[in-house]
Write a protein of this length. Structure first.
Length: 1121
């Protein structure tokens, strides 16, 4: 080849050489040096000039952009896209004929055997960087379909000569040998090959650039300018990659959320387990302890209590008797002195006042008699008042009272006999009336605060089951709560209440709670009959007939159990509803308005129990107002009945009590036989007379009175001291007696076991004994024993109940955990005693480590990874928007260098047209970024922040067309602009606007296409930091400007030239004169048919030769015409 030195646009990559081997109708090796200013492949139609363009496409473009034979007129009727293929080029297809069956048959230069083709393109940047790209295709057999083709993609630094591949082919396509003999940059597949080639020759990563290079080769109609510019001038923005990274960031965040949510859910399920497990163990220990201590340890402990109490009591007695002995000795000495003083004064008084002494003795006797009669009269008077009479105050009244007692007692006895048979029945009836009224009032009060017509005891049973089984009470409905009489069918309510009474009180248990409810019900006393049904998912319910009992009922199907219940009603209660009993005979299963039921087998039943016939006992439905009104009426009636019964019973009871009292008092009054024993008035007169005589004596002798007072005082002191001595002696005697008894007890008990050696057992007994608060009597210890036994028994029973309840709670937690997370369970055996501690430890680990770590990881990822990645996406969108404007401005600057028409320039104009989806995205992102600081350290706000992130990610990942459109509108910033062309003058005045090239003439279309392609390629290939020239210059144009006049063609070619492209053109010879100023070389291609087929040849030609040949061809055409 000829080495040409680069002279223009140094640093720009240009095609300098094209080599082919066995490519299409070019057989063998062909080498085409390419001028740095461009090359024209020209020749007759079908000579093979487009084949050379396609050879370059094979190296440069990805398969989907390789438009082989781009010059073909695809607008012709029946024309097909891509009529040539790589397989055709490798085989050397040159003709297509019909066989004997009129089927198309292609003839090949290299058919029926193994063959190969190769293309090499050499690129040079003029600064010493040269790269040769080599693509090799081969068939190992006689195949003709492209799927059997094998490929090699090699890159070489500098030049590479394709003829060396002859030896490779001779070695039966030994690829290992080729790589060893000619080291290269091997590329596994076209993708890697094109990426590395693009990096070397300045194409970068622009997919739009490669697509445009393929499109420019055909340079057909651009169509809608907005679509062309958006789809070709502008690469897919990096926002899509940023969005993918954001979504990649969300996946581990979502996993972290699931981990935290799982840990939180596990903690919630196991929340009560540690306390319940501790209670279960502690109560078991306490139960065992109490049971063990109720035997011999209890007796030993009580004996120890008694021994301690006896010793303490003896110590107290010793202290008390010592003090009492000393006090008694002093008191006896004082009593002796007081006796001596009294006797001295009494002797003196006897000597001086004998009369006074006699009167004083009489006064004492008279006072004693007065007190005796006064007390007797007080008792007598009370008895008289009890029988309703006035107490007599003289003998006549006393006698009259005695005379009336017989008749009074007789009348009382007769009346009591008449009332006795009524008394207690009336009291009993009043008590029943009170009980009935209180029960009804309680039922009414309960119903006023209830939301259900179900009786209170059944509601309490449901609450008991719900708590014990760990199930929400709202999920356990009674059937009657979901059933009601349909509108317009109210007259059938009494019958429905009777027939459905038992079924309505059936508890409905969702299938997911079956095991927990079954276990609790089986292990506990339900205190009555309980029926429950397990509710399974229901199929579509059968609609009952309108004349059946089920058809006159409605079911709350919004409740989770409603659909199942509706199906059950239709199945069980298809009773035909008839008005009268004689109509029952016509049906196998029927019910009358009054509740008579006919069952199969001619069995009839009618239940008129009060709880079924009273409106206050109805249970169907949830409307409590009607039942409250009925209950209020019944309560009022029962209240009136209670008042009347109380009044009647109280009246009879009061009268019977009065008669009993009259009889008792009359009998006692009969024992008072003489008025004298009651006449305290006479005794009072006697006392006053004696007191007056004593006063007279004392007034006559004042000294005697003083002596008497001194004597009396001395006597009183003596008596008091004697009484005190007696008291002290009695106390000492009592203490001595008690001391002896206590000593006997101590001697009997202290040698027997009276202690508990185990510290824990002794502490437990001390605690239990203190709880009894019983007072210890050392001589009577049995109350202590009984109280302590009761306390231990109560503790054992409480521990048993606590253990049972705790076991249920632990079992419920274990079952729920094993049901939801068997893989996370430390033990799946279900053995509560064996695994309880492990699950308690698991809960501690969740609370102390797993949940905090999961939450910390979740918070860190959302704060440090997710939100920043969203921010990065937002910045990428903003940068892509700015980049579009910057690049369009740069393209427009290039377009202003080339006149589109005289004095005018083509400019790319744009108008921002953001989608509402973009504004929604920005609003969502602004909210996320604004809430980021508040979400740190606040679980509720962190969850809300995640939900916002989750909602945003759902918009990006949803598979719906609406979501895909939203994603495109947000990420593809190109959709936010409307692009169009404007023809402007030097002052920027707009003279024409281009939106679609189809409205222009053929030449105008090609010119506009050329300018648009030049602008688009410049946009995608220009170095933003350079002078605006494309980094990669080669531009293939196959049969371009076929519809243009010379002026349009020159303007279009000038545009490409001014934009700095190296033109690689395939065109007819007649275009040579127009093309000459814009290229540096011409290659004349010719094809001739030989015996083995058509073969193409090519040789360099001067433009003068080409012009001469063109003129000669024109003359031949005119002569023929």
């Amino acid at each position: 080849m000829t080495d040409w030195a680069r002279t223009i646009h140094l640093g720009q990559v240009r095609l300098t050489r094209l080599q082919v081997v066995n490519w299409g109708t070019f057989s063998g090796y062909k080498d085409f040096p390419v001028d740095e200013r461009g090359v024209l492949f020209t020749g007759p139609s079908g000579s093979g000039k487009s084949s050379l363009m396609d050879a370059h496409s094979l190296v440069l473009l990805p398969t989907h952009d390789q438009r082989f034979n781009a010059s073909a007129d695809l607008t012709a009727r029946g024309a097909k896209q891509a009529t040539r293929s790589v397989a055709d080029y490798v085989r050397g297809a040159w003709s297509e004929t019909n066989d004997d069956n009129a089927q198309a048959r292609t003839r090949y230069l290299r058919g029926g055997k193994a063959t190969w083709s190769a293309v090499a393109a050499t690129y040079d940047n003029g600064l010493g960087s040269v790269t040769t790209a080599v693509v090799v295709k081969w068939f190992t057999g006689a195949e003709t379909d492209g799927s059997s083709l094998k490929s090699l993609f090699h890159l070489y630094d500098g030049q590479f000569e394709l003829p060396v591949l002859e030896e490779w082919a001779a070695r039966t396509f030994d690829t290992r040998w080729l790589r060893s003999a000619f080291p290269c940059v091997p590329c596994d597949g076209q993708g890697r090959f094109l990426r590395e080639l693009s990096r070397r020759i300045g194409l970068g990563t622009s997919a739009a650039a490669l697509s445009l290079l393929g499109k420019a080769k055909a340079m057909k109609n651009v169509g809608d300018l907005n679509m062309f510019i958006g789809g070709n001038m502008l690469d897919e923005p990096e926002t899509f990659a940023a969005a993918d990274k954001m979504l990649d960031t969300f996946n581990p965040l979502n996993d972290a959320y699931d981990t935290a949510r799982r840990a939180h859910a596990q903690e919630k399920v196991l929340h009560d387990l540690p306390a319940a497990w501790e209670t279960y163990q502690r109560s078991g220990h306490q139960q065992t302890m109490a049971e063990r201590l109720l035997g011999a340890p209890l007796d030993r402990y009580v004996r120890g209590v008694q021994v301690r109490a006896v010793r303490e009591a003896l110590d107290d007695i010793d202290e008390l008797t010592g003090a009492l002995d000393a006090r008694l000795s002093g008191t006896q000495e004082q009593a002796e002195a007081a006796e001596e003083e009294y006797r001295s004064l009494d002797s003196q008084l006897r000597a001086d006042g004998g009369v006074l002494k006699q009167l004083q003795d009489q006064l004492r006797t008279a006072r004693a008699e007065f007190r005796t009669r006064e007390q007797a009269y007080e008792g007598f008077a009370r008895l008289v008042e009890e029988i309703g009479a006035a107490p007599p105050t003289d003998r006549d009244g006393f006698d009259r009272l005695h005379a009336s007692l017989t008749a009074l007692l007789r009348d009382a006895a007769n009346e009591a006999a008449r009332l006795a048979p009524r008394r207690y029945p009336l009291i009993s009836a009043a008590a029943k009336a009170r009980d009935a009224h209180r029960a009804k009032e309680a039922e009414l009060a309960a119903l006023r605060s209830a939301r259900s017509l179900i009786p209170a005891r059944h509601q309490e049973r449901r609450e008991l089951i719900a708590r014990g089984a760990g199930v929400p009470a709202d999920e356990l409905a009674y059937a009657a709560e979901l059933i009601d009489v349909a509108d317009g069918e109210e007259r059938w309510r009494p019958a429905a209440e009777k027939v459905l009474r038992g079924f309505g009180l059936r508890l409905l248990v969702p299938a997911r709670h079956q095991q927990a409810v079954m276990r609790f019900v089986d292990e506990h006393d339900m205190r009555g009959v309980l029926e429950y049904s397990v509710v399974a998912p229901a199929a579509a319910a059968v609609t009952p007939g309108p004349d059946t009992l089920a058809g006159k009922l409605t079911v709350d199907t919004d409740h989770p159990s409603g659909r199942w219940l509706a199906a059950q009603l239709a199945k069980r209660f298809g009773h035909v509803c008839v008005d009268a009993a004689h109509e029952l005979e016509r049906h196998q299963l029927a019910v009358t308005l009054r509740g008579t039921v006919k069952q199969p087998g001619n069995t009839f039943r009618k239940d008129d129990r009060a709880e079924l016939t009273s409106r206050s006992s109805y249970i169907l439905g949830a409307n409590t107002a009607a039942k409250i009104a009925v209950l209020a009426e019944e309560a009022a009636a029962l209240g009136e009945r209670r008042r009347a019964a109380d009044e009647e019973a109280d009246a009879v009871d009061r009268r019977c009590t009065a008669l009993d009292r009259t009889a008792r008092c009359g009998e006692q009054l009969g024992r008072y036989l003489d008025w004298t024993q009651l006449d305290h008035w006479a005794s009072a007169d006697t006392v006053r007379g004696i007191e007056e005589r004593i006063a007279e004596v004392r007034s006559d002798d004042a000294d005697l009175g003083k002596l008497e007072l001194r004597r009396d005082d001395a006597y009183q002191r003596w008596k008091d001291l004697l009484e005190e001595c007696a008291t002290l002696k009695a106390q000492l005697g009592g203490h001595n007696t008690r001391q002896a008894a206590l000593i006997a007890i101590l001697e009997a008990e202290q040698d027997r076991p009276h202690g508990v050696d185990d510290d824990a057992e002794r502490a437990y007994l001390d605690e239990a004994f203190a709880a009894t608060e019983v007072t210890v009597d050392p001589q009577h210890v049995e109350p202590v024993r009984s109280a302590l036994r009761r306390e231990l028994t109560a503790r054992r029973e409480k521990a048993d109940a606590d253990r049972s309840h705790a076991r249920t709670r632990v079992r419920t937690a274990l079952d729920r955990f094993l049901e939801q997370w068997p893989d996370s369970a430390p033990d799946t055996s279900g053995d509560l005693d064996a695994s309880g501690a492990d699950f308690a430890a698991l809960h501690a680990d969740i609370v102390q480590r797993r949940l905090p770590e999961a939450m910390a990881q979740f918070q860190r990822m959302i704060s440090e990874d997710m939100v920043p990645s969203i921010s990065v996406l937002q910045r990428a969108i903003e940068n892509a928007t700015a980049d579009i404007r910057r690049r369009i401005d740069m393209v427009n600057a290039g377009l202003r260098r080339v006149e589109f028409n005289t004095g005018r320039y083509l400019q790319i104009a744009y108008r921002a047209n953001p989608s509402p989806d973009v504004r929604e995205f920005r609003s969502m992102v602004d909210t996320l970024l604004g809430q980021a600081p508040a979400a740190r350290g606040n679980p509720a706000r962190l969850l809300a922040q995640f939900q916002r992130v989750q909602a945003l990610m759902a918009r990006f990942t949803a598979p719906t067309p609406e979501a895909r459109r939203w994603r495109t509108n947000v990420l593809d910033v190109r959709t936010g602009y409307v692009f169009y062309g404007q023809e402007v003058d030097g002052d920027g005045q707009v003279h024409y606007t281009y939106r679609n090239t189809s409205s222009n003439s053929g030449g105008e279309q090609e010119k506009l296409v050329a300018f648009c392609l030049a602008a688009a390629l410049s946009y995608n290939l220009a170095d933003p930091d350079g002078d605006g020239l494309p980094r990669f210059a080669p531009l293939m144009l196959d049969e371009a400007f076929s519809k243009s006049d010379e002026e349009f063609s020159r303007q279009a070619l000038a545009a490409f030239d001014d934009f700095g492209f190296q033109l690689i053109i395939a065109a007819p010879i007649r275009m040579a004169g127009i093309l000459e100023p814009f290229i540096g070389q011409a290659v004349l291609v010719d094809k001739r048919v030989f015996a083995d087929g058509a073969h193409s040849h090519a040789a360099t030609a001067t433009f003068g030769d080409l012009v001469t040949r063109a003129e000669r061809a024109a003359d031949d055409t005119r002569a023929t015409a």
